[in-house]
Design a protein around this ligand. Structure first.
Ligand code: HEM
Length: 119
């Protein structure tokens, strides 16, 4: 479950960058396709994340926070790509993006116990 979760969000992050590059290159059709694939990945991230939550013996506030920040990141992926597609400002969302990633990596790898880094 944890590996599926990590695979899903790593893939999503890569495709997010691919989508931004496609947009920069003026490839609107490619951008749309990658955006669609990303939406499927969001569901996978959510499903594996919820699966992980269910495998936790006692859910505390850090798990809730981890889940909320995870959902926040998914929202930001979607917001940033949506606004980029319409050529609107994204700076406010990029700031959130950086904060949310720092939080999620800290919570996921450091704070919460199920790390694949220290099994
Ligand atoms: C893009 C969004 C997300 C990112 C980048 C992310 C990142 C991570 C990372 C880095 C870990 C730790 C993996 C490890 O320790 O080996 C993790 C674990 C976890 N994630 Fe996510 N996650 C995201 C979305 C979600 C969502 C939406 C949920 C729940 C609805 C969720 C729930 C969990 C749970 C319960 C764990 C296990 C925590 C533990 O005990 O170590 N995640 N995630």
């Amino acid at each position: 479950m944890i590996h599926g979760h990590i695979t899903a969000w790593v893939l999503a992050l890569i495709l997010f960058v691919v989508a931004l590059l496609l947009h920069k290159g003026g490839k609107a059709k490619g951008f749309k396709i990658v955006q669609m694939i990303l939406r499927v990945l969001y569901l996978l991230i959510l499903a594996t994340g919820i699966g992980l939550l269910f495998s936790v013996y006692k859910i505390d506030v850090w798990y809730i926070l981890k889940a909320v920040v995870g959902i926040w990141i998914i929202g930001l992926f979607e917001m940033i790509l949506g606004r980029v597609a319409n050529n609107r400002r994204t700076s406010v969302f990029w700031i959130q993006f950086i904060i949310a990633w720092i939080l999620v990596l800290y919570l996921g790898f450091e704070k919460l116990p199920m790390s694949f880094l220290n099994p």
